[in-house]
Design a protein around this ligand. Structure first.
Ligand code: PLP
Length: 377
């Protein structure tokens, strides 16, 4: 198999799976229990929080575990609006956020919030200047992702934070860093970001565990799940200790020689782009600089067919985001791509395990697909 879809999810390394198994079978206590097995579970939860916080350059108690990136995004948005309820009902975001941000915002519009969606340029980029122009007195939330999951474009989150500070805006800044964490520089506390969403399964961790960074400048942050009072009263529900330990182990493994891993991914991305561009008609889509995401199009050849055919040969890539399940991507329409280019767009994404052999298998399969199919007119 040639797995080239690391932006959808990642394989879990053996050491991470072993750690999860160990917690499930041996350290299975409830962190709230008042005996040694419970104390051990509490300790492993807090040690894991420390490991992830260290990777994010923040204090451990700024990090709250959630069930996934989607939950972190929903929590951040809802609670930021509660925070600003006396100031206004205006939200700024981009038209190319993940649906974990766009869908809650769509529902909030039905509740009377006003949402400004910034459009990217033809290359998929958003500028901090666009946020500055859209900012108003009644803006209570700016939510902008760090790395776009389809194009790999990196958005200027640090600069946006600086603009909010300069303008003395009381709006909170949320960043969905699910595709950016441990891929590109990411430092919420130094940048002055108030809220940041993470997810373990994009970096070799298990599915079903995420985290939300909440700046300690935010007082009385509102819980999404009130209940038994876990996560310092902000996110109730018995802690998913095995997933939490797996998340931390994945972070530890990723950080080992991280710069070398990222440089290798970037080299592989360049190699892949050059090789695929030698196929007649092939185009690059957007100017994403994240090292792990490459977006290409073969106009005239619908990507849904490409993805299905390659999948049958054991080559896994995606037609835009895996979350769209075959629907045309909102990202490519927002970028204003011609219909044929948008329909032919597919995403290749790399991990530390990917090699040149995987890329070469993809190239051969794409060449063969093109030679056997008539282009769509
Ligand atoms: N945000 C971005 C940018 C993503 O790419 C994804 C997943 O693809 C999510 C949020 C959702 O994360 P999760 O699958 O952990 O809910």
């Amino acid at each position: 198999m040639h797995y080239l879809d690391h932006a959808a999810t990642t394989p879990v390394p053996r050491a991470v799976a072993d750690r999860i198994y160990e917690v499930l079978t041996e350290q299975y206590g409830n962190p709230s229990s008042q005996y040694p097995l419970g104390f051990q579970a509490r300790r492993l939860t807090e040690d894991s929080r420390g490991v992830i916080a260290d990777a994010l350059g923040c204090k451990a108690d700024s990090l709250y575990f959630t069930s996934c990136g989607t939950e972190s995004d929903n929590w951040a948005i809802r609670s930021a609006l509660w925070n600003g309820r006396r100031t206004g009902r205006h939200i700024i975001t981009t038209a190319v956020e993940h649906s974990a941000v766009l869908e809650p915002l769509r529902l909030l519009e039905q509740e009377g919030y006003e949402v400004t969606r910034l459009r990217p340029d033809r290359n998929g980029n958003i500028s901090a200047h666009q946020v500055a122009e859209a900012l108003r007195e009644d803006t209570v939330l700016v939510t902008v992702m760090l790395v776009n999951n389809e194009t790999g474009c990196v958005f200027p989150v640090a600069e946006i934070a600086r603009i909010l500070k300069e303008r003395k805006s009381s709006a909170l800044l949320h960043c969905d860093a699910v595709q950016g964490f441990l891929k590109v520089p990411c430092d919420p506390s130094a940048w002055g970001v108030h809220l940041m969403s993470l997810s373990a399964h994009k970096i070799g961790g298990p599915k079903g565990i995420g985290a939300l960074y909440v700046s300690d400048t935010l007082k009385n942050f509102r819980p999404l799940l009130p209940g038994g009072g876990q996560e310092r009263g902000l996110r109730s529900g018995t802690e998913a200790t095995a997933q939490i330990a797996g998340f931390a182990k994945a972070v530890e493994l990723r950080r080992d020689h991280l710069d070398e891993k990222l440089a290798r991914m970037a080299d592989l991305k360049a190699y892949c782009r050059d090789l695929l561009l030698s196929i007649p008609g092939m185009e690059t889509v957007g100017s994403g600089t994240a090292p792990h995401i490459l977006c290409m199009s073969l106009p005239g050849y619908p990507s849904a067919n490409i993805v299905n055919e390659l999948g049958e040969q054991g080559i896994c890539i995606s037609a835009g985001s895996a979350c769209h399940r075959g629907k045309p991507s909102h990202v490519f329409s927002a970028m204003g791509l011609p219909k044929k280019t948008a329909a032919g767009t597919f995403r290749i994404s790399f991990g530390p395990e990917t090699g040149r052999g995987d890329v070469e298998a993809l190239y051969e399969a794409l060449k063969s697909h093109q030679s056997r199919r008539f282009p769509m007119l």
